[in-house]
Design a protein around this ligand. Structure first.
Ligand code: AHR
Length: 339
């Protein structure tokens, strides 16, 4: 009996081991890696700055400000490794349009343009849109519908004109006669700086008269020439000059000195841009105020260009931060100026 019991128990143990083995859940097979998507289905890799090809249609080199902007656009491309096609239109809209068409033909990723004047851009911007190439307006606006450009990077020119008006009004003690040197006819900053200044004068300083307003084309030479004519026409009557940019103000200062008068004392000088030359003039007591307009737009331009090239969206107006600088701090501000 003892032998039978032992065999019975052995059999029982064997059966239990077998059934346990049968019941135990097999270890789950290692989860299979999802199959890599076929090459043609893979999402396109994000572009980096080194992949970016950008065309830039510049106006020309009419002022120190413009040269500083060009330097910023070129230097930043170099720093980031962006491939830049740069074109200088020598102040001619037709040359800017030709450059944009050539950028479209080269299938660049993004086109930057500083429009010399506001009108006449619809056709060529529509061509860029049809080719799927975003347009970024740099520093100057174009009078086109919102769907024809991706972003405007630049200043509030109307506000610049208003700031210049308040400075002039204060310096003249609310009364006197001034002349105005306007920028290039039809250019955004010329239109807006005039509007901001003239409207603000009419609203705040009824005893200040704008004797005459004429274009000096944003250049020093033309600013001087127009100021010479103003000094002849209004001998002894001019108390202030408002120039839409510093270069024209610097030309006017020369004309005033050549006429035997003291700029900043006999005739108040208020202008816009903030180039080194006007800081030197202010430090030398020959100019009173400059309202800053920042030309160093390279970094913001390429950041927006890369976002657009990767299918992203950017602000419709990317504003620059700017200040107002006066003669009393010019000597200490001068070493900090980068353009
Ligand atoms: O568009 C900006 C203006 O153009 C600057 O004030 C002027 O100096 C430049 O030429």
């Amino acid at each position: 009996m003892k032998g039978v019991t032992k065999s019975f128990y052995l059999l029982l143990v064997f059966v239990m081991v077998l059934s346990l083995a049968a019941c135990s859940t097999p270890a789950p097979a290692a989860a299979e890696e999802p199959a890599a998507p076929a090459a043609e289905e893979a999402a396109p890799a994000e572009k980096t700055y080194q992949d970016l090809v950008v065309g830039f249609a510049q106006i020309g080199a009419e002022s120190g400000w413009r040269t500083a902007e060009t330097d910023s656009i070129k230097a930043e491309a170099e720093t980031l490794g962006v491939k830049l096609q740069f074109s200088d239109a020598q102040q001619k809209q037709e040359n800017q349009i030709k450059a944009i068409r050539s950028f479209i033909a080269q299938q660049v990723d993004v086109i930057g343009v500083a429009p010399v004047v506001e009108t006449g851009w619809e056709t060529v911007f529509a061509e860029a849109k049809d080719a799927g190439i975003p347009i970024i307006l740099v520093d100057r606006r174009a009078d086109v519908s919102d769907d024809l450009f991706a972003s405007f990077i630049g200043s509030d020119f109307v506000l610049e004109g208003e700031n210049a008006c308040m400075e002039m009004g204060e310096l003249l003690g609310g009364a006197g006669n001034i002349v105005e040197l306007e920028g290039t006819v039809g250019a955004g900053p010329a239109i807006d700086r005039k509007k901001g200044f003239d409207d603000c004068m009419a609203a705040n300083y009824p005893d200040i008269t704008i004797l005459e307003s004429q274009t000096g084309d944003f250049t020093r030479a033309k600013g001087k020439e127009v100021m010479e004519a103003f000094l002849k026409t209004y001998t002894g009557e001019i108390n202030g000059v408002y120039a839409h940019n510093d270069d024209m103000a610097l030309g006017a200062i020369q004309a005033i000195e050549e006429a035997g008068l003291k700029p900043a004392e006999d005739i108040i000088i208020v202008s816009i841009d903030g180039v080194k030359g006007i800081f030197e003039a202010m430090a030398a007591g020959k100019a009173n105020v400059t309202v800053e307009c920042n030309p160093l737009l390279g970094p913001q331009f390429y950041e927006a260009a890369l976002t657009l090239a990767n299918g992203g969206s950017v602000e419709k107006w990317i504003k620059s931060n700017e200040g107002i600088f006066r003669a009393d701090t010019a000597a200490e501000d001068l070493p900090t100026r980068t353009y």
